[in-house]
Design a protein around this ligand. Structure first.
Ligand code: SAH
Ligand code: SF4
Length: 406
């Protein structure tokens, strides 16, 4: 038996307010901003209105200094400048893929780094956000999961990723100018580094700002949260966030899913499906996206495809097939294209949309599951990590897989 894969939520969350230095207004809920303004001397009866004004400057117009908030009295602007800051994470590197995908390396407090990916598409653009530095879960096909160091991002750091990319795209509207409805940054997916439901409050508060009609103004149907299956938080996500849900399904038996997505050992396929069945009603949303990474000889048989269809019967769903994106030392190989198409065909014939996700930004390691930050640990291969931990973990392989690589 290999050593049990730890499933832990043991992360560091930095406090939202630090004792020293001015408070960052970014990421605060409207109520928290109101309280902060009152604590800083804003008369209580004015506070709600001031929140509305400041909020619009920050999130609607992308303004970063109080001096530019021209509908506030000059003296008040100066007071705000002494007490508060408007800070977003710092971009330390930016890479452009040959397909237009942009990958940003972002530095956050404590010297940690996370990656953010912008994927331009015809008439729209999707931003893939990170919710944690690293991830406590250890999905065996995921590069992020090999990174030991983990800390939750604050709401400011999450919403700040959107603001920072808007800066880079030059996409802040100009007050008074006619509104351009085509947006470069039109969709947000929480599919970068980390498990968003293990950082629930910060993700929720950040997404509320992204969805706010006077905030970043993306509709909740343009936001997709991807979870590996933190079952108890799924209903809460429906009620408190209400965005679209994607689930990293990846296997059709508990034995294989235990290997690929170890959180399955805590909440198995049956428990996960039960939570997913309730989601559309609770969130008043349509389909759930089932993400399914195609791993050669592991989870890609016709039998898997048929079992998948049976398992999800009754759930409004789309199945997103993700050709495995390789990373240095990865213990799996991508299923051949022909196999992926045959798998997709079975699902499609059963009446489900089964798009095959085109990997984007592969040349800059920006594709799904390739993100990591530049810690020594992250540069190690899974094999090295296992060797260090004194455990060898071989992926389960179905007889007849097309190669011997591992
Ligand atoms: N932690 C969340 C969100 C981040 S991962 C989750 O697991 O859902 C975003 C998606 O990329 C998930 O479906 C994940 O399983 C998938 N993924 C991870 N590594 C991958 C890889 N190497 N190739 C393809 N997809 C991968
Ligand atoms: Fe974490 Fe998601 Fe990667 Fe699993 S797939 S290790 S949950 S980021």
């Amino acid at each position: 038996m290999p050593a049990a894969v730890p499933i832990t939520q043991d992360v560091v969350t930095i406090p939202r307010e630090t004792a020293e230095g001015p408070l960052n207004l970014v990421g605060l809920t409207r109520e928290a901003m109101r309280e902060a303004l009152i604590a800083a001397g804003t008369p209580e009866r004015q506070a709600k209105m001031r929140v509305g004004q400041i909020w619009q400057w920050i999130y609607q117009w992308g303004v970063r200094d109080f001096a530019s908030m021209t509908n506030l009295a000059k003296a008040y602007r100066a007071e705000l400048g002494e007490r508060f800051v408007i800070a977003v994470p710092e971009v330390v590197d930016r890479q452009l893929s040959s397909d237009g995908t942009r990958k940003y390396l972002v530095r956050i407090a404590g010297g940690h780094e996370v990656e953010v990916v912008y994927i331009p598409e015809e008439g729209r653009g999707t931003l893939c956000l990170s919710s944690q530095v690293g991830c406590t879960l250890t999905c065996s096909f995921c590069h992020t999961g090999t990174q030991k160091l983990v800390r939750n991002l604050t709401a400011a750091e999450i919403v700040g990723q959107v603001m920072m990319v808007r800066d880079d795209l030059g996409e802040w509207p100009v007050p008074g100018a006619p509104r351009d409805e085509t947006r470069l940054l039109s969709n947000v997916v929480l599919m970068g580094m980390g498990e968003p439901l293990y950082n629930f409050e910060n993700v929720r508060d950040a997404m509320k700002i992204v969805m706010d009609g006077e905030g970043l103004q993306l509709s909740r149907r343009r936001i997709t949260l991807s979870t590996s299956g933190v079952v108890p938080e799924i209903a809460r996500a429906a009620e408190e966030i209400g965005c679209l849900l994607a689930v990293s399904f990846h296997a059709t038996t508990d034995a294989v899913r235990d290997w690929l997505v170890p959180i399955n050992k805590r909440w198995n396929i049956a428990q996960l499906l039960e939570a997913l069945r309730a989601y559309p009603r609770l969130s008043n949303s349509e389909r759930i996206t089932f993400e399914y990474v195609m791993l050669d000889g592991v989870n890609d048989s016709d039998e898997d495809a048929r079992r998948l269809v049976q398992l999800i019967a009754g759930i409004p769903a789309k199945i997103n097939l993700i050709p495995f994106n390789e990373w240095p030392g990865a213990p799996y190989r991508r299923s051949p294209d022909k196999r992926i198409r045959a798998f997709a065909d079975i699902i499609h014939k059963a009446g489900y949309a089964s798009p095959i996700r085109t990997p984007r930004g592969e040349d800059i390691m920006a594709a799904c599951g390739q993100l990591k930050s530049a810690t020594r640990r992250a540069r190690m291969s899974r094999r090295q990590i296992e060797a260090e931990a004194g455990a060898r973990i071989d992926p389960p392989r179905r007889a007849g897989g097309s190669d011997e690589k591992g």
